[in-house]
Each structure stands twice: as C-alpha cells, then as structure tokens.
Design a protein around this ligand. Structure first.
Ligand SMILES: Nc1ncnc2c1ncn2[C@@H]1O[C@H](COP(=O)(O)OP(=O)(O)OP(=O)(O)O)[C@@H](O)[C@H]1O
Ligand SMILES: [Mg+2]
Length: 217
C-alpha cells in the first residue's frame, strides 16, 4: 500500500468542479456503476492528469466506488509521481503480465493505480498492435471496478512513442476532452473531436481548464 503525494492530492481535492463534472458525466452517460472514461486533450499540458486524478477522487469518495486510475500516457507519465508508485519496469513487463493483478498498485485512498510502463530507446515498436491487448485489459478491469479513468497523451502532435488516445477512446464509455482556455486554438479542439468521432468515440463533454500555467504563458 503506497502513500500518495498528500499535498498535491489535497490541492486536487479542493477543485470542487471535478465533483460536479463527475456527477454531470454520470448523468450524461446514465451510468452510475461500471463507467470507463478516457481523458485526453488536443495539445500537451492542458490539465489531463489533473482532471483525471480529480475525477478518480470524485468517483471514489464519498461512496467508495471501486476506482481504477490508469496511466496510458507512456510518453509523459505522471500519475505514478502523484501517487508515489513505481512505473512498470518496461513494456515487456506490461504485456507479459498474466493478469491485471500483477500490474495494479492499491493506495490507501481507495483508488487503485495502473502505472505507465517505462519507455526506453529500445522500446521502439512496443506500442504497435496494442489495441486488442488494451481492450482485454480494460475489459478485465471492468469486471472489478465501478469506475475506470484512463489518463492519456495529447492527441496532437502524434508521436510514435505514444499510445494513441484516439484508438484508446474506443475502449471507453466516453471521452472527456480537456482544453486550456485562451491557449488551445479552436482548430486543435475541432481536429481532436473530428478524429475521435471518426473512430467512433463518444465525446461526453469538454472541460475548460481556466488555469493559466505560468510556464506556458
Ligand atoms: N486547474 C489547475 N489548477 C492548478 N494547477 C493546474 C491546473 N491544471 C493544470 N495544472 C498544473 O499544470 C501542469 C500541467 O497539468 P497536467 O499535468 O494535468 O497536464 P497534462 O495535460 O496531463 O500534461 P501532459 O500533456 O504532459 O500529460 C501541472 O503542474 C498541473 O499541476
Ligand atoms: Mg498528463
């Protein structure tokens, strides 16, 4: 059992909007149990991990729904830092697991974590043909968890080292798009929604993150 990064999580817990957003998602999907969401954005650094973690916390409290938070942003993993868990050693360790139990790390917050796998230079090609595997993995998780939140990479720019959020979106009951107000061009958002819809993703809604990241401004 790991002790998460308390101060960061405390900050996230104060973002009251995530609770409202989670309730709105439940209403929109009509699913109170067995809800699987993919979180993505048009560009990098728009707040996906912040929103994904906040939604996982909103899902697990106060009703203690069994919640799994998945870090499928292998390109720039972050969930493991917030929850102070280890990355999976390499993609081979991820794909070689006999069951999801070998990969999941429980935390004392009642949220289980499926961390990202560490990518190295010789991991090239490790992400090819993953769609079937991911479907099986998430399907297995759906039998055990009430809520599954999947944090992913930005949809653009596409990168061969990323697990494509557009492909991952077909696993989920719905996709939540995060965009940073006054930063992300509308054209990027439009491109993202179009790519998602073409691939059959159900976009539940868009979270407008109004925080101004001083690093980006
Ligand atoms: N609403 C917010 N309030 C305070 N801090 C925020 C907010 N949104 C994002 N941040 C901060 O901005 C930084 C980037 O956010 P985050 O890691 O959630 O983005 P991301 O979309 O997951 O990035 P990446 O594309 O690299 O995965 C983090 O340091 C996060 O703590
Ligand atoms: Mg992130």
């Amino acid at each position: 059992m790991n002790r998460p990064n308390e101060s960061h999580l405390e900050t996230l817990g104060k973002i009251a909007e995530t609770k409202r957003i989670f309730t709105a998602i439940q209403t929109a999907t009509g699913r109170r149990e067995s809800l699987c969401l993919v979180i993505t954005s048009g560009a990098r650094g728009e707040g996906k991990t912040t929103v994904a973690t906040g939604l996982a916390m909103a899902a697990s409290h106060p009703k203690r729904r069994k919640t799994l938070l998945v870090d499928y942003n292998w390109y720039a993993p972050a969930i493991h830092k917030t929850f102070d868990v280890e990355l999976i050693e390499n993609p081979a360790g991820f794909y070689g697991a006999a069951s999801i139990d070998e990969l999941i790390v429980p935390t004392h917050l009642g949220i289980d974590i499926l961390p990202a796998a560490r990518m190295t230079d010789d991991s090239q090609g490790a992400l090819s043909n993953v769609e079937g595997y991911d479907h099986r993995l998430i399907q297995e998780a759906k039998h055990r968890y009430d809520t599954i939140i999947v944090d992913t990479s930005a949809t653009f720019p596409e990168n061969q080292n990323m697990r494509d959020p557009v492909l991952l979106s077909s696993i989920a009951d719905g996709v939540v798009l995060v965009f940073m107000t006054n930063r992300t061009p509308r054209s990027t958002l439009k491109r993202t929604t179009t790519a998602m819809r073409i691939n059959g993703a159900k976009i539940i809604g868009v979270v407008a993150n109004q925080w101004k990241n001083p690093i980006l401004y």
